[in-house]
Design a protein around this ligand. Structure first.
Ligand code: DI6
Ligand code: FE
Length: 422
């Protein structure tokens, strides 16, 4: 990883961070890839060099445009939230109150609440209103060290509103400063106008909406919710086959509330990820391992729904399925706006190690988005997206709840957010 620096031939660094500890997230899956007493330098938005302080050429350091001399701070790759529904109108606090009185998530959904309640609010909102509503949630997320956010549509369930949600996601990325991975969540819930005919809704998506979303260029993947209260495996297959025809990668909300064979279905279509997985079976996990599909665990939804069936973490580990962790930030099942708190929940509730949790929001989250050649680790050539932390060791990122020990958020080599610690 350490390179010789030839200061005669190499153009100056734009910026260099010195006196830092790096969690590069390279190397064995059990660890952090730690480099202590190190430096990291960027040029043209990419990591140009990293290595021990002793190997940093003094002349080259002095020529850098900006030097951040940090006294033992830690630097990790910028955190990646690979599953969110952060763009939506209204909220569902009333359903939270109903659940506290004993109603279940499924009962509320069958009564016309749940996802379809947010669909009504979102259809009535302008793009500007969607952006304004999402901004505070996004700002909280970014303050927990996030530099890339996946944002799903899925509260429109009609072309115009789905496109409006996706445009709002792109606008948010420009306004708030993060990299966006936009997903068309085509089959999230059966909308009221198709209430007794989910097959016809899938037919319209495949025949009209998906081609139009693809042509818009606003989304890079397609998602669905495979569940008794949403879509059957056959319906999801029709959607995924069409997505494949249009050259879009897929991902799936799979086996969250029941085992519908979602893990195997995702793997069959070479899904980037299968998400939730509480009820997944062993053959589904083996199929994911063979397909290279990432397991995205969503402890915020497990926690909010007071779920009791744990995702099969031991089987995922022994099958070498990469595990990612995300907030699933949404108004119904996971009103969670901190990736650090998602890591803490992943450790406490699912038994992940702090190193697994950090891999789950860096290198494995990048793989879940198909972006691992470009980000997710600290390595020369990768995008200079990173987070600078006021911590004594990386396990602290999973240890605290409610704290955000972030001192800088760096995107493409530029400090976007600098927070005075003390
Ligand atoms: N992600 C989802 O899309 C659904 N569950 C989940 O974890 C439901 C989202 C919602 O209730 O709005
Ligand atoms: Fe979700």
């Amino acid at each position: 990883m350490t390179q010789e620096i030839d200061s005669n031939n190499t153009p100056a660094f734009d910026s260099v961070w010195t006196g830092v500890n790096l969690a590069t997230m390279t190397g064995p899956a059990s660890g952090y890839g730690i480099l202590r007493d190190a430096a990291i330098a960027v040029r043209d938005g990419r990591i140009a060099w990293l290595g021990p302080m002793a190997a940093l050429d003094a002349a080259q350091r002095d020529e850098a445009g900006t030097i951040f001399d940090l006294d033992g701070a830690w630097i990790t790759p910028g955190l990646i939230d690979c599953h969110t529904h952060v763009v939506f109108a209204g909220n569902r606090v009333g359903e939270f109150e109903q659940r506290q009185k004993g109603a279940t998530y499924e009962e509320i959904a069958r009564r016309g609440g749940g996802i379809n309640a947010t669909v009504r609010a979102t259809r009535a909102a302008s793009e500007r209103e969607l952006v304004d509503a999402a901004l505070p949630r996004i700002r909280d997320l970014l303050a927990s060290g996030v530099t890339t956010v996946e944002i799903k549509s899925g509260y429109g369930l009609e072309l115009e509103t789905e496109l409006r949600m996706l445009r709002a996601a792109h606008a948010l990325a420009d306004i708030a400063g993060f990299h966006l991975a936009p997903t068309y969540l085509a089959a999230h819930s059966v909308p009221p106008e198709f209430s007794d005919n989910a097959d016809a809704f899938i037919g319209r998506i495949c025949g009209e909406d998906l081609p139009a979303v693809t042509a818009s260029g606003l989304a890079s993947a397609v998602d669905a919710y495979c569940e008794e209260i949403a879509f059957t495996p056959n319906q999801v297959e029709r959607l995924f086959a069409t997505a494949r025809d249009f050259g879009l990668r897929v991902k799936l909300h799979a086996d969250q509330l029941s085992d519908s064979g979602g893990a195997a279905l995702a793997a069959k279509y070479d899904a980037l990820s299968a998400d939730h997985l509480e009820y997944s079976n062993q053959s589904g996990i083996e199929a994911m391992a063979a397909a290279g599909t990432v397991a995205v665990l969503l402890p915020g939804a497990y926690y909010t729904l007071r779920e009791t069936t744990l995702p099969p973490v031991a089987a995922l580990r022994s099958g070498n399925v990469p595990i990612a962790v995300a907030t699933d930030c949404n108004p119904g099942t996971s009103p969670l706006c901190s990736i650090l708190d998602a890591m803490n929940l992943g450790c406490v509730l699912f038994g992940l190690t702090p190193a697994e949790a950090l891999r789950g929001v860096t290198v494995n989250a990048a793989t879940a988005l198909g972006l691992d050649t470009d980000r997710g680790t600290l390595q020369p050539g990768k995008r200079a997206d990173f987070a600078v932390w006021d911590i004594a060791e990386p396990a602290e990122l999973s240890y605290w709840s409610g704290r955000r020990p972030l001192s800088q958020r760096v995107i493409d080599g530029v400090v976007i957010q600098s927070i005075a610690c003390g």
